[in-house]
Design a binder for this molecule. Structure first.
Ligand code: PTJ
Length: 267
C-alpha cells in the first residue's frame, strides 16, 4: 500500500498517492514485453492514485490490442502525423493540450514537456465526472513540472455536447484555435471541430470517430509518440513561419487509410 501525501495545492480533495518513478512490478527490463507491461502498471497505479478512472483500464486494453496488431512500433504514417501535429501546435495562436486520467497516468512528464516546447496550456478535461479526480490530475501534473494547469469552469461550455466534457476554461479550450486531445471520445472531438477548432489527436484506433473527425490523427501509442513530439517541437521552435507547408499539405484520410492497411496486414 502506498503512503498518502498532501499536495502543494493543500486541498484535501487533492490528496493523492505518490507515484514512484518506476512501477512497483517485479517485471525486469529483459522481459520482451517490458514497456507494454510497464505502461499497464502505470494505468493500474493511476487508478489506485485516483488519477485514472477504472473505465480507463478497459480503454487501455483496447489500445493495447491495436498496438499489438501494429507491432508496437511507430509507423511512417504516425511519424508524418507527429510532424503535422507539432507544426499545427507551434503555429497556433492559442494552443491547448487537454488532459484526461489515462493520459496523465501514462505520460505526465512528457505532457508538461510538450506544453513547454509548444507554448500550449494544459487543461484538465475528463469524461467520467469526478471533481476529486480533476484535482488529483492537476496536482500530479504540477508535481510533474507543469507551470500552470487550467481546470474546467462552470461558466463556459463547449457547444454541441452535453456531458461533463463540455465544461471548459475561459482562457483555455474556450479561446483555443488548436487543441491536442489524446485518447479522446468521438463526441467531444466532433464538438471541438464544430466549434471551429483544429484538433490533434493520438489514438491507436484509426477507425474511431475521434480519429476520423480530427484534423491530424497520430495513430501510435501515446507513450511512444509524445517523446517524438517533444523532440520535434524543440527542434522547430522559432521556425513557425516555415511550418505552414507541413500543415497545409497534411492528408489525414490518407494517413488513416495507411494505418488501417497496416492493421489488416498486422505489421
Ligand atoms: O479520464 P477520463 O474520465 O476522461 O476517461 C479517459 C478514457 C480514456 C477512459 C475515456 O476517454 C475513454 O473511454 O476513451 P475511449 O472512448 O475508450 O477511447 C480511447 C481510445 O484511445 C481508443 O480508441 C483506444 O484504442 C485508444 N487508446 C487507448 N490507449 C492508448 C490509446 N491510443 C494511444 N495510446 C494509448 N496508450
Amino acid at each position: 500500500m502506498m503512503q498518502k501525501t498532501t499536495t502543494a495545492t493543500g486541498d484535501a480533495a487533492a490528496e493523492i498517492y505518490p507515484l514512484p518513478p518506476m512501477p512497483a512490478s517485479d517485471v525486469t527490463p529483459s522481459h520482451p514485453r517490458y514497456l507494454s507491461l510497464m505502461a499497464r502498471e502505470r494505468i493500474v497505479q493511476g487508478v489506485e492514485a485516483g488519477i485514472a478512472s477504472p473505465h480507463g483500464l478497459i480503454a487501455h486494453g483496447r489500445g493495447e490490442a491495436f498496438d499489438y496488431l501494429l507491432n508496437e512500433r511507430t509507423h511512417d504514417f504516425a511519424s508524418g502525423a507527429v510532424d503535422a501535429g507539432v507544426a499545427l501546435l507551434l503555429a497556433a495562436r492559442h494552443p491547448v493540450i487537454s488532459v484526461n486520467g489515462n493520459v496523465c497516468a501514462l505520460a505526465a512528464e512528457e505532457l508538461c514537456a510538450l506544453a513547454a516546447a509548444t507554448g500550449a496550456k494544459l487543461e484538465v478535461n475528463i469524461f467520467h465526472t469526478s471533481a476529486a479526480r480533476e484535482l488529483a490530475i492537476r496536482s500530479y501534473l504540477e508535481r510533474a513540472g507543469a507551470q500552470e494547469v487550467l481546470m474546467p469552469s462552470r461558466t463556459h461550455a463547449l457547444q454541441h455536447i452535453d456531458h461533463n466534457r463540455r465544461w471548459i476554461h475561459p482562457e483555455g479550450i474556450h479561446l483555443a484555435d488548436v487543441v491536442c486531445v489524446p485518447l479522446e471520445d468521438g463526441d467531444r472531438c466532433q464538438a471541438l471541430i464544430r466549434n471551429g477548432k483544429k484538433v490533434v489527436t493520438i489514438d491507436l484506433n484509426p477507425m474511431s470517430r475521434t480519429a476520423r473527425a480530427a484534423t491530424v490523427t497520430i495513430v501510435d501509442n501515446l507513450t511512444r509518440c509524445l517523446p517524438l513530439m517533444v523532440a520535434r517541437a524543440r527542434e522547430w521552435q522559432g521556425r513557425e513561419e516555415s511550418l505552414s507547408e507541413i500543415t497545409s499539405g497534411w492528408d489525414n484520410e490518407a494517413a488513416l487509410s495507411a494505418a488501417e492497411a497496416a492493421l489488416r496486414r498486422m505489421s
